[in-house]
Write a protein that binds this ligand. Structure first.
Ligand SMILES: *[C@@H]1O[C@H](CO)[C@@H](O)[C@H](O)[C@H]1NC(C)=O
Ligand SMILES: *[C@@H]1O[C@H](CO)[C@@H](O)[C@H](O)[C@H]1NC(C)=O
Length: 596
């Protein structure tokens, strides 16, 4: 529903500009996410019998802190390596070379001396487990290049474990990572192409503004979380390579790694290219990847940071956690839980429930149950809604903390990918096939999708009424402006609300509404749909479930709350070609969503 008729008809030139810019943004989007699809060709690493066929390299990033570096190296060298070959690559960043006329050459001399000491120490450091390689930089490159240039995987059987110099690792760290690689990478039943690695640090930080507190029950020892952990991060080869290519594309084209609602966007604004995490966080978000984490009791971890003064800390903050060592080990470290048992968390530390795909009424019950925090369900119809617009809508839902929705649409890779990322979906094709009573062959192809959608909505609403949920049916082309709109249907004298362009319909969970549905409503919908048989798309234009239901309810003489309902009109905006029509929303929605 357009707030006023004027807004629904933009001048042609303006709408052309809007659609062209949307097209442009869309193609940017496509190019930025094209690597996503390549992951579907990911071939599972072959399962070999032990010893594992992988190479393991520690990438140690150092700068100018000799005492930190020596502590880190010492902890690495006393770890248990089971006679496996483990390489050590040390990257030493150079100090900043500034104009010496003001500071004097004494300062430079002492810095040169400090560097020599670090190099001497590293040269004299004995590494008996594999290759030792020292990379001494000629200029100051900062943490971003230190991380990104530390590794280019040359095979799918190569792993990098990145540590910054103020870390200390547990003597057990390698045994654990080896077990983890064997279990979650080389065991096909626990492998997922969406896992990019494992962090050994104690999880502490939630980067999404207004995110949940990081809380886990005491039974959770391993879980999945999107955030990268910079204190002891194991990287899997394929996602890292994808990241390097993604970064290359975005950086070269000047696309910034802003992510709405994340504190890391603020870091990026302040620190720019000195840090790398905003880039990686944005990449992980766009690809829907996850990281393995450990949660041990008593604030223990296999890798801790001493948070020494340096690039990240102005002054030394001290160890963040307790090191889990052989002495304090009071459980079986190598016992891994099957992937299917692990919990997944997004950047706001909200639990993600992947792969909620509804294919029949039974599964609908489960999914509704998983949304049970709310007594109201939003069914979003995405038939004929473009991917960009759908993503944008979901992005707005996320921004408004709306979680009680289900997407209703035809089966597609896109829909399944959304489900994998935790958005519940109803696959209308499969759903109707399982209802079995419908032969769709008589319908023209052009109207088939719409008809399926109408039928599925009718069944779904029947089920939601039966289970006691209010239901909003909304068109995927709509945008919520405020999350309140779903709370404000307070006038109990009406069971139904409808918008004047049939883009929104509300069905209250009441005994009277239920009665209407249970009586013969589904049959009426089916009959009406059958009467549409053979009609072409033109005559179906603007017809959707809300339209059909409204007509039928009117025929039955049911009161429907004013179509120009202020609640509805004021809180939804029509959304065309990937951009909002309302002027207030245009810049907001572009900033918030389309750039992703
Ligand atoms: C640098 O080291 C040299 C030789 O060890 C020493 O003579 C010199 O005083 C040192 N300079 C500074 C500024 O520390
Ligand atoms: C692979 O994982 C499955 C399921 O978790 C487990 O039962 C099986 O023992 C594992 N196989 C190996 C070789 O570890």
């Amino acid at each position: 529903m357009a707030p006023s008729p004027k807004r629904s008809f933009l001048p042609l030139s303006l709408s052309l500009i809007l659609s062209l810019s949307a097209l442009f943004l869309f193609s940017l989007y496509r190019s930025s996410t094209s690597t996503t699809s390549s992951t579907s060709h990911f071939s599972l690493p072959s399962l070999h019998s032990p010893p594992p066929p992988f190479t393991f390299t520690v990438k140690l990033l150092a700068f100018d802190r000799l005492s930190s570096l020596s502590r880190c190296l010492r902890s690495l060298s006393v770890a248990h390596y089971d006679n496996d070959r483990v390489n050590l690559h040390i990257f030493i960043d150079h100090f900043k070379v500034t104009d010496t006329s003001s500071t004097g050459s004494l300062d430079v001399d002492s810095k040169l001396n400090e560097s020599r000491k670090i190099l001497d120490f590293v040269d004299g450091f004995n590494w008996e487990f594999g290759e030792k390689l020292v990379h001494y930089r000629t200029g100051n490159v900062g943490l971003q290049a230190q991380w990104l240039e530390a590794w280019w995987p040359s095979s799918d059987d190569e792993f990098a474990f990145v540590v910054e110099d103020d870390l200390e690792v547990s003597p057990l760290y390698y045994k654990f990572l080896k077990g983890l690689i064997g279990y979650y990478y080389y065991n096909a039943s626990n492998f997922s192409p969406w896992i990019y690695g494992a962090s050994l640090q104690r999880p502490r930080f939630v980067p999404g503004k207004h995110g949940n507190k990081l809380q886990l029950d005491s039974n959770t020892r391993i879980f999945l979380y999107q955030l990268v952990g910079t204190w002891g991060q194991l990287l899997f080869p394929r996602p890292w390579k994808e990241f390097r290519l993604w970064y290359d594309t975005h950086k070269t084209k000047g696309i910034k790694p802003f992510l709405q609602g994340m504190v890391t966007s603020g870091w990026y604004k302040r620190m720019g290219e000195r840090i790398w995490t905003p880039w990686y966080i944005k990449f992980i978000h766009s690809h829907g990847y996850f990281n393995l984490y450990t949660s041990f009791s008593h604030e223990r971890a296999l890798s801790i940071s001493h948070r020494d003064a340096g690039v990240n800390y102005g002054k030394t903050a001290g160890p963040d956690s307790n090191l889990l060592d052989v002495k304090s080990l009071d459980f079986n470290l190598l016992e891994m839980q099957p992937l299917s048992k692990l919990k997944w968390y997004d950047y706001c530390f909200r639990q993600v429930l992947p792969d909620r795909v509804v294919r029949d009424l039974n599964e609908l019950g489960f999914v509704l149950h998983s949304l049970q925090k709310s007594k109201t369900i939003i069914l979003v119809n995405v038939h004929k809604v473009s991917q960009t617009v759908t993503r944008n809508l979901l992005c707005h839902f996320e921004g408004l903390n709306i979680q009680n929705y289900i997407l209703v649409g035809p089966k597609s890779n896109f829909l399944l990918d959304l489900a994998r990322r935790g958005h519940p979906v109803i696959d209308v094709d499969q759903f109707l096939e399982n209802m079995q009573s419908h032969k769709m062959i008589d319908f023209q192809r052009s109207t088939l999708g719409l008809i399926k959608e109408i039928l599925v909505n009718a069944y779904v609403v029947e089920k939601t009424l039966e289970l006691g949920y209010n239901t909003w049916l909304v068109d995927g082309n709509m945008l919520p402006v405020s999350s309140n709109m779903f709370l404000d249907v307070t006038d109990p004298s009406f069971d139904f609300y409808a918008g004047n362009t049939f883009k929104v319909l509300f069905v209250r969970s009441s005994s009277s509404a239920k009665k209407i549905w249970v009586d013969d409503f589904i049959q009426r919908v089916e009959k009406m749909v059958n009467s549409l048989k053979g009609k072409d798309l033109v005559s179906m234009d603007g017809r959707n479930f809300a339209f059909v239901v409204t007509k039928l309810l009117e025929q039955k003489g049911v009161k429907i709350k004013a179509r120009r309902n202020r609640y509805v009109d004021h809180r939804w905006r029509i959304f065309v070609h990937g951009c909002c029509l309302s002027r207030v929303m245009t810049s907001d929605c572009q900033r918030r969503c389309l750039l992703q």
